[in-house]
Design a protein around this ligand. Structure first.
Ligand code: NAD
Length: 261
């Protein structure tokens, strides 16, 4: 894909790439911009909820490999991200539900039930929150961004086990949030009503993947240490805890609850 993209770009170093599309397009175009002629500027114009609240913000660009998600990529901040709620008008219910996963994640981190607000306000609040975190840690060096991984350790493992095509990112995040919240209720006494909020708002459905493949992928997560996953959990709404290590058997059992028998 990259080679085809490279050949089709008639751009010199004074040019700028404009990425118009969902998170897949902004990740790919941003990565192309990071590497084409050793880097050209780019502008992100996200057209999905996932893109507007997450993928087009924070300078992470990447592509997936069969062995892992985002394994090749670069930090390459767009010179500008244009967020226009009108671009979301053509999304169907499935895509809106995909986006809701990242919105609920952000609300849990912020400590506000923002998923109850009108969509344009949800997008505005999420984009502002993620931007605020990322400008404090533009290249993921200080640990501030780690909280954004809430639900993603499980979600990425399921995406990898599904081969990246069968399970949309937003659905994987919804399942991952369910696991993170269940563990948070058990270990930190997080309000159990949040699990019901997630079930009602995101309607996560167990996914049909190979449990061994998902477990292996979870151990390969970029945030794992010596194959042992480090999780983001919640002490309370708006109070994330990062780098949590739990017994492998418990983490695996939670992962398997997300997988259809
Ligand atoms: N770089 C990051 O920080 C980051 C963060 C989150 C997600 N991501 C990545 O983003 C990707 C998922 O992004 P996504 O959920 O936007 O999926 P996507 O980009 O695959 O888009 C989903 C579908 O919506 C269609 N579409 C896009 N805009 C539309 C519009 N306005 N109207 C109708 N259809 C439209 C697309 O053609 C596609 O079929 C994943 O690969 C994920 O890893 C990256």
């Amino acid at each position: 894909v990259l080679e085809r993209l490279w050949r089709s770009l008639s751009l010199d170093r004074a040019g700028t790439i404009v990425a118009l599309g969902g998170g897949t397009a902004t990740d790919l175009a941003g990565f192309a911009a990071a590497t084409y002629l050793r880097g050209v500027p780019w502008i992100a114009v996200p057209t999905t909820v996932v893109g507007q609240v997450d993928a087009a913000i924070g300078g992470k660009t990447a592509i997936d490999l069969p062995t892992g998600k985002n394994l090749i990529g670069a930090f390459h901040w767009p010179v500008m991200t244009v967020i226009d709620p009108l671009l979301l008008d053509t999304l169907d219910d499935i895509e809106l539900l995909n986006g809701a996963g990242e919105i609920v994640k952000t609300g849990l981190l912020m400590g506000e039930r923002i998923w109850e607000l009108p969509l344009h306000e949800q997008v505005r609040r999420c984009a502002a929150f993620k931007s605020g975190i990322c400008v404090r840690d533009p290249h993921e060096r200080t640990g501030v961004r780690a909280q954004l991984n809430l639900g993603h350790t499980f979600g990425h493992a399921l995406e990898a086990a599904a081969g990246y095509t069968a399970l949309p990112h937003g659905r994987a995040v919804a399942l991952g949030l369910l696991a993170a919240v269940r563990l948070s209720i058990r270990h930190y006494g997080l309000d159990a009503a949040i699990e019901h909020d997630i079930e009602r708002t995101l309607r996560p459905e167990p996914v049909r993947v190979d449990p061994d493949r998902a477990w292996e992928a979870l151990g390969r997560d970029k945030k794992a240490v010596a194959g042992s996953p480090r999780l983001v959990l919640l002490e309370a709404l708006g109070r994330p805890v990062t780098g949590v290590e739990l017994p492998a058997s418990e983490v695996r059992a939670e992962l398997e609850r997300l997988i259809a028998k």
